[in-house]
Design a protein around this ligand. Structure first.
Ligand SMILES: O=C1O[C@H](COP(=O)(O)O)[C@@H](O)[C@H](O)[C@H]1O
Length: 338
């Protein structure tokens, strides 16, 4: 398996692209100077384009990905708000940009040339939307709104138009601050990490195109008494282990996942880079790569395949303020979206 790890560092306006070897070693492939402070990134499902959100001129830069994983700028389009999180639909036809400070999520068409165009719809009056997540059936947009303590739901039509779903939202606990989401590979369960109380909520499909909450659990060690400040969440490709980060504690939390995905068990913690705002799991499910927003570095940790426990393999310097990690499986570059 050939993989490339992209790390976005807004303070130095760079993306570092690394080749990930089978033994977990990283080798620098390319350093890209981005025209702006680069924050969120997302791959088009054909794995031929990487889209990145930039500031202070709010926009999205489209990069064409070469066969070796190197990036070449292909276009740039404006966004209505500062991009906090990017997502595409599963057919790679639309880009969704959540803007926390702009209280909106915009929908931008992606051209035949793979380049993101100007937004055609903006969902307004969302209170601090931290991400926009497409459901595995490509029909529902789930938008955790931190200041609403709700995940707002929108139906996505074939033409990319989003309209409020009924019911319009999933409720989180008061003060939880829903932030980022992950989906079990069985497509029936979704997980949301809550920023303000460092908890994880588990949602199961309700059989009517929506979800219902089935579990909520603490991600922190029992003796943790400081301010909770969770950031990111990812699940392994086989669905057996789920991880979250907390930035105050600079910790990754490990959850073991039940066979059907509906029950999590907190199973340990792993100290990592300082202020881990973004991390990801490689496509083989063997490595976790975590960016330290305050350490200007990334950690590669190995996943114990029996327990999910993490052990540090190495750390590498990247740019300043790294906060986003996206991993490409080079063996899965397609000529069209499948
Ligand atoms: O993680 C955080 O996110 C929000 C929004 O991020 P932004 O980079 O889009 O402004 C930020 O305001 C908050 O301070 C931080 O904890």
């Amino acid at each position: 398996m050939k993989q490339v790890v992209y790390v976005a560092s807004p303070d130095s306006q760079q993306i570092h692209a690394w080749q990930l070897a089978g033994d977990g070693t990283l080798t620098l492939l390319q350093t890209v100077d981005v025209p702006g402070q680069v924050q969120p990134m997302v791959l088009r499902p054909d794995n031929r384009y990487l889209y990145v959100g930039v500031r202070p001129a709010f926009g999205v830069v489209s990069y064409r990905i070469a066969d070796d994983g190197k990036l070449e700028q292909a276009g740039m389009a404006p966004l209505p708000g500062g991009p906090t999180h990017l997502e595409t639909d599963l057919q790679g036809r639309f880009l969704f940009a959540a803007s926390y400070s702009g209280n909106c999520v915009s929908i931008s068409p992606i051209g035949q040339d793979g380049v993101v165009q100007a937004a055609t719809q903006t969902l307004e009056n969302l209170q601090a939307p931290h991400s926009a997540n497409i459901s595995p059936d490509n029909q529902l947009l789930l938008i955790p709104c931190l200041k609403e303590d709700r995940i707002r739901l929108f139906d996505l039509a074939q033409d990319g138009t989003a309209t409020p779903h009924q019911p319009e939202a999933l409720a989180a606990a008061e003060g939880a601050g829903p932030r980022h989401m992950a989906f079990h590979p069985n497509h029936r369960v979704a997980y949301c990490v809550n920023e303000l109380n460092s908890s994880v909520d588990v949602y199961q499909q309700d059989g009517q195109g929506g979800y219902r909450q089935v579990q909520s659990l603490n991600a922190m060690p029992d003796d943790f008494a400081d301010t909770r400040w969770a950031a990111d969440i990812h699940i392994t490709p086989d669905g057996r282990f789920l991880y979250t980060t907390d930035r105050t504690a600079s910790l990754l939390s490990l959850f073991q996942v039940s066979e059907d995905g509906s029950v999590l068990t907190l199973a340990g913690h792993h100290p990592t880079e300082t202020q881990p705002r973004g991390f990801n799991i490689d496509h083989s499910g063997r490595y976790v790569i975590t960016a330290g927003q305050k350490s200007a570095g990334i950690e590669v940790a190995k996943i114990d395949q029996a327990t999910g426990a993490l052990s540090t393999l190495a750390r590498y310097d990247v740019g300043q303020g790294p906060m986003w990690v996206t991993i490409l499986d080079l063996d899965k570059q397609y000529s069209s979206v499948e």
